[in-house]
Design a protein around this ligand. Structure first.
Ligand SMILES: Nc1ncnc2c1ncn2[C@@H]1O[C@H](COP(=O)(O)OP(=O)(O)OP(=O)(O)O)[C@@H](O)[C@H]1O
Ligand SMILES: Cc1cn([C@H]2C[C@H](O)[C@@H](COP(=O)(O)O)O2)c(=O)[nH]c1=O
Length: 209
């Protein structure tokens, strides 16, 4: 008789925050933390994460467009990412990490960009009705701190060139989402030192292990 083994489904963890909050700095730490605990980790990002998604990312980060076009392209990238990376990874039992997901569409296209929230929700229901992250780490810093971190280090893309007011609306929306989904979204105070931030991340991850 053939014995059938069903792999335990993996987990889906997303990283959010305004540009310059520090989320990318900590993804490597999370990969190492989980790998040390025997997890197979897949690390990816949005927009992007697939060949098509990376092409869309190039357009999204550098071309001016109507905010609804922007949202549709974000969700086109997301659809491909779910089909090629997120769902197969979780099914294999891997821990899939994504640098941003749908919370970013609520923060950037809706709260900051002015798009109707219900339209983002309709796209989310269409593209991934049943799939939401098991854990979202929200890296929170005041807008001025994020700005200083960005200015210190690179050529700014289309979103990063937005004014402080745009990022205040994003930040407020992220915090509002955290209040709405306290079981999923953990707010990490990203003004702290990198070591202190790592300790907070480790505590949040322990809840899933
Ligand atoms: N806790 C911290 N203290 C001081 N500097 C930090 C801290 N965390 C990150 N930084 C620095 O801030 C800068 C921006 O960090 P990072 O690229 O991780 O931000 P991000 O949120 O991923 O931004 P983006 O979304 O635009 O990619 C980097 O130079 C990083 O070294
Ligand atoms: C998924 C997603 C992303 N964005 C924006 C947010 C950032 O400014 C860029 C991605 O850059 P990062 O350095 O990789 O964080 O894209 C968005 O506006 N809406 C989204 O859904």
């Amino acid at each position: 008789m053939t014995q059938q083994t069903t792999a335990m489904p993996g987990k889906f963890i997303t990283f959010e925050g305004i540009d310059g909050a520090g989320k990318s700095t900590h993804i490597g730490f999370v990969v190492d933390f989980l790998a040390a605990r025997g997890k197979t980790v897949v690390s990816s990002r949005e927009p992007g994460g697939t060949r098509l998604g990376e092409k869309l990312r190039e357009l999204l980060l550098h071309e001016k467009m109507h905010v609804e076009t922007e949202a549709l392209l974000m969700f086109a990238s997301r659809r491909e990412h779910l089909a090629q990376v997120i769902e197969p990874g979780i099914e294999r039992g891997d821990w899939v990490l994504s640098d941003r997901f749908t919370d970013a569409s609520f923060a950037y296209q809706s709260a900051a960009g002015g798009m109707d929230r219900d339209k983002i929700m309709a796209l989310a229901q269409w593209v991934h009705a049943k799939r939401w992250p098991d854990l979202t780490l929200l890296f929170d810093v005041p807008v001025e701190v994020a700005r200083q971190r960005l200015d210190a280090e690179r050529t700014l893309d289309k979103f990063e060139q937005e004014k402080a007011d745009f990022f205040s609306r994003c930040r407020n929306e992220y915090l509002r989402l955290a209040g709405e989904h306290p079981g999923r979204i953990v707010v990490i105070d990203s003004t702290k030192s990198i070591d202190e931030t790592r300790a907070a991340i480790a505590a949040a991850l322990e809840r899933l292990l």
